[in-house]
Design a protein around this ligand. Sequence first.
Ligand SMILES: *[C@@H]1O[C@H](CO)[C@@H](O)[C@H](O)[C@H]1NC(C)=O
Ligand SMILES: *[C@@H]1O[C@H](CO)[C@@H](O)[C@H](O)[C@H]1NC(C)=O
Ligand SMILES: *[C@@H]1O[C@H](CO)[C@@H](O)[C@H](O)[C@H]1NC(C)=O
Ligand SMILES: *[C@@H]1O[C@H](CO)[C@@H](O)[C@H](O)[C@H]1NC(C)=O
Length: 966
Amino acid sequence: MSTKALLPEPFKGANISNRRHRPKALFGLLALCFVSLTCTLYWHGYSSSAWSHSQSIPLDAREILMRCAALKARPGPPSNFLEKRSESDRFEEGTPATIIRNATIWTGEKNGTEIIYGDILLDKGIVQAIGEVQRTPVHEHHTIDARGAWVTPGLIDFHSHVGIYSLPTLRGTLNLNSNKGPILPWLRTIDAFDTHDDSIQLVMAGGVTSMQVLPGNLNAIAGQAFMMKLRKTAERSPTSMIIEPPEDINGSYSDSSDHPRWRYLKQAAGESVSLFGNRMDIMWTYRQAYQRASKIKAAQDAYCAKAEAGLWNSIVDSFPEGYQYEALVDVLRGRVKVSQDVHETVDIDAIVRLSNEFQFHVDSIHQAAEAWLVPDVLNRMWGGPPAVALFSDYYRYKRESYRGSVHAPRILADHNFTVILKTDHPVFNGRYLLYEAQEAYHYGLPLELALASVTTAPAAVAGLSHRLGALRPGMDADVVLWDSHPLRLGATPAAVWVDGIVQPLGTEIGVLVGKGKESPEWRESPKVPDWKQERQEALKWEGLPPLEIDRVSEAVVFTNVSAVLIRGAEGIEYMFRSSAADHTKGDVIVHGGKITCAGVSNACNPLVPNRARLVDLEGGMLAPAFISFGSNLGLQEIAYEPSTGDGLPFDAFAQDVPEILKDPGGIVQAVDALEFQTRNALIAYRAGVTAATSPPSPFFIEPTFIGLSTTFRTNAPHALAEGAVIQRISALHCAIRRPNVLALLKGHTQFPSVSTRIAVLRRLLLAEADERAGETAMWFARAAEGALPLIIDVGSADVMAALLKLKEEVEQKRGTRMRLVFAGAAEAHLLAKEIGRAKVGVILTPLRPFPETWDDRRILPGPPISNDTALVTLLENNVLVGIGTADAALAAQTRLDLAWATAESNGRVSPEKAIGLATVNLERLLGIDQALQEGDMVAWAHGSPLDMQSSVVGVVSSAQGWVDLL
Ligand SMILES: *[C@@H]1O[C@H](CO)[C@@H](O)[C@H](O)[C@H]1NC(C)=O
Ligand SMILES: *[C@@H]1O[C@H](CO)[C@@H](O)[C@H](O)[C@H]1NC(C)=O
Ligand SMILES: *[C@@H]1O[C@H](CO)[C@@H](O)[C@H](O)[C@H]1NC(C)=O
Ligand SMILES: *[C@@H]1O[C@H](CO)[C@@H](O)[C@H](O)[C@H]1NC(C)=O
């Protein structure tokens, strides 16, 4: 760090010689006292003892003293930042002003409780006025009539890898982690930030305007992070996207303000760092690193103490440097905001010890699956408790996240910790940052804290609350206008401004946003269930509450029922619905798991049996239970722990299938590997997902080329229990995808080409069934005959086109009709018409598209980027569509996905249609409609499955003849 710019006026041109000359030296020292208050303390020292010996003052004494003074400066905004601010340092010349009139503005002020109904004026890159804005700028400006719609500050994703894990993933753009060692404080994400990352625009379309770009979690100290805006600048460089860049980012000062800028560092502990040793090794590498940094700091401090005391004779060396470790020295000086990845108690405790041993503050802990269980440990963090940055509901995928809880945000908030929600993009699509806050709100995080968790809280923890996270005059003009209340599922930005510049969210002109959300309730905050009891249970059982159910064989009467939805010939239809005028809701009588009566106001009364359980649904409804498709649900307890699941199957392409299988294809049946009572399955059951179809595909590697899926009940005790396996073999699966970059980087080199895969498929589908050709040939022959669905995991529309041709070829040659389904299918919308005409089904996995790989890059993102979504386009082309999830830990979120599908469809997907996507449509696509003719029903309290207010109270199983009450 250069000190020149810090030189105060009285010094400029001062002449300090190195000759031993008392009066001059005295002048020098007096003058130096302008630099820092500490000097006055030393002054007394000089006058008494030290001064009695004459000192040789080096030529660079001023520089040294300036540098020493600079070490003590606290980071922060320039003093009087807001008072002085009439124009942003990020203002782009020529940007017109904007007045948004008649908005409902959540300002983030007053602890998130302030709502202003009125106007907001954005000019010169900052918020100029808020409330009733009379004055209009004289220069060019736009006026937007918000018609009462919600406005919030731009969202901040405090944990993002945008730019350094660029999409679509290609070998050249993966810069998430270095593997050069566990301690790498000298690395900087800004040095790798790809401005052409497809995510940038996509994430901004979710209302996210700023982010912390962190390196990944494979190193104990992974490198320096940066707070950046997502807006592309006129300069187009990564540097210009940094918010308040540290002065030395380019080796020189950008201004001569009185405070240095905050710096950011990423650390990680626990399993993710195992490349470099076990937990003991990792903590030792931390301690070594901080010990080394402490020594440099101590040497600097001693050096400066001597310099400041004027003891120049005892200074022989140059200033103690440690270029590699300077970032850690700055951590010890309290000038770096540390983000610490850490999941479970053992690691949280270790990091808290580390912070106390070396006396530095960890500002935020991330992932933090067990933080909610150890508030006292967090409170022992040196320098005060850290903020906690969480997912709303992504746990159990690792052993160390096994005890995570959806109730964590609320429990942490109750303990007064700052709660931040984040996406860890691309772990979750950064576009849906607000979804994380919505889900946390659903599970009890108070409204103002839910909104704060993605605005004011990350701004404060980043040390940037003087300009980001809230709306008041002087703040950065980062503003989002929403089409609904921001905490409603599917809330979509109608417009996004960054630094006062309206952002082009798509290439299309005039995209429709918010159709179907005209009714007033969309402007209101959604009601949410009361989870008090669940919170207490979660705490009592340290994150693993027993997932028991109360099985009822006697009659059950559901009262206060607003509707009953059933599987009908045309899809999901109403069996009964109380009309809006009807204040008395209906009753539903269930005998032996079967609905014997459903009707309004006492119609069922005569049929109520003497002995019956009464369950008040408080306006809720009964609806078909969901099926989860596509993950390894029921095949593995913990995704990252191969020993908790089936293990890896042979891949006919990657290696020799053992001779003993007597099947060159090495085909396997998922049903043989089923594992019951996994926690993911039980939790899914309690979220209304009572069945799952899982292919034998291990998580996180290239999907196996072939296998046979199975459909099972998510709450069955074991495979031999009645009804546990719904359909032993549901479908034949294969994957036709281009090489997976991550697998390539992991050293998997044998990737059969797409054309090779299709060649094999062609041979298998056209071959005559012949027992001697092995199991694989037999199953493919059945698929060719249409006796079994063939589900192909495919992303690219070009590959789909080739597969449609192949289907035609097979059907012509064999005179059959295949039941072909595309799963994944990110680009299916490009061929919607052809897919519809060929009567090929599609299972969108995931529903909300993500251009993760080259195969998946041409997504149809939906509003505000495009009018249509992939779902709407496929449905309108008469494609039978289902939804899937690739991750068993997310199966329980099926209902939220469906709600999202409705909300972002511009009114074109009705709730019934949406529910069909995870029920009847999947059943037909998977050929399990016969087996599920008597499918389960779920009883929801307080509304429909798509309402954030509702929760599951029971499962009615006609096939099993019972009712499960939660
Ligand atoms: C915000 O909350 C803090 C902590 O509870 C409290 O000290 C402060 O007074 C509150 N501020 C406002 C404006 O309500
Ligand atoms: C603001 O918008 C609401 C909703 O469109 C409307 O009812 C109200 O009259 C508008 N108020 C003003 C001052 O324009
Ligand atoms: C949280 O803060 C509130 C208000 O400052 C205080 O009353 C309460 O005791 C605190 N709770 C905990 C668990 O520290
Ligand atoms: C989106 O839909 C609206 C309303 O139907 C239409 O006016 C607009 O042109 C459409 N935009 C595009 C890009 O198709």
